[in-house]
Design a binder for this molecule. Structure first.
Ligand SMILES: Nc1ncnc2c1ncn2[C@@H]1O[C@H](COP(=O)(O)OP(=O)(O)O)[C@@H](O)[C@H]1O
Ligand SMILES: [Mg+2]
Length: 264
């Protein structure tokens, strides 16, 4: 049996709302190996963030199980680090203090925190901005800080919820390459949600297509595109072929969910 770090088995998530109950995930199954980059794509509202929030321990599934390193997730999960679309940095803290925040909570000494934070800053190319505040940085730079802050806690798994969605196309491409480099250097396991099929193809070792709500795994692709996934790979026949295939699957789900909403 091959080693797995994440095992999601038969995960169901039903929310109770004022209008009744809403099933976001149904029989969601996924296994991830250590060091894999798994991208998840699917129609808006299919339960992608819900699954990530379960992984992070922000939500408890209604039924089913998620194991991380064979252990169930109970409460906010220190073994996972998360980055969000809106960066979620502390605006009143400098870059150094944002990155050192998690280690500070763990009781790491100030000198050691600063030393570690400087290492992350150099890894993501933010030298010279150690004492800047988030409001003084561009979106791409803020997301680099958020990535460093997540990694400074040395998580086993990096959870990414559409982190590059708000960035301009060029910055986004640069950050994709940087993420790949940082992940290769640190060996982290990554679960990355995106609604961009291009992004999923560039980043992933495997690409999961989810069904429309209630979300479940529809198809998993082994992404055989050559590495490095620079601009060049994006204009290969194989890239376009995979993009077409994934797009057809996603579109099928989007159209299906829209028909379901039409009045009868
Ligand atoms: N806390 C919540 N309470 C009620 N409904 C929720 C909650 N969180 C998410 N949902 C619903 O669950 C479904 C899936 O949401 P989400 O996981 O955010 O989708 P995605 O990230 O794929 O766009 C949506 O219909 C959303 O409205
Ligand atoms: Mg979402």
């Amino acid at each position: 049996m091959s080693e797995t770090i994440i095992q999601a088995r038969e995960v169901n998530m039903t929310f109770t709302t004022r209008k009744g109950s809403l099933t976001a995930l149904e029989a969601f199954d996924l296994e991830v190996k250590p060091g894999e980059v798994v991208c998840i794509v699917g129609a808006s509202g299919c339960g992608k963030s819900t699954f990530l929030n379960i992984m992070a321990g922000f939500l408890r599934p209604s039924s089913g199980q998620v194991l991380l390193g064979g252990q169930p997730i109970n409460g906010i999960e220190p073994r996972c680090g998360m980055i969000f679309q809106d960066y979620a940095l502390f605006p009143w803290m400098t870059v150094l203090d944002n990155i050192g925040f998690g280690p500070r909570l763990k009781g790491v000494s100030r000198a050691q925190r600063l030393e570690q934070a400087r290492r992350w800053i150099s890894l993501v190319g933010l030298e010279g901005f150690e004492y800047a505040y988030p409001g003084e940085l561009s979106g791409g730079m803020q997301q680099r800080v958020a990535l460093s802050r997540a990694l400074a806690n040395d998580p086993q798994v990096l959870l990414c919820d559409e982190p590059f969605a708000a960035l301009d196309a060029m910055t986004r491409q640069i950050l994709q390459q940087e993420l790949l480099r940082v992940v290769a250097e640190t060996g982290k396991t990554v679960l990355f949600i995106t609604h961009s099929i291009d992004e999923a193809l560039i980043l992933s070792d495997r690409l999961v297509v989810m069904s429309a709500r209630p979300g479940r795994v529809k198809v998993i692709y082994d992404n055989d595109l050559q590495r490095p996934r620079s601009m060049d790979v994006q204009i290969t026949d194989r890239f376009l072929e995979l993009k077409r295939e994934v797009w057809d699957l996603v579109q099928e789900e989007v159209m299906g969910s829209m028909t379901a909403l039409q009045p009868r």
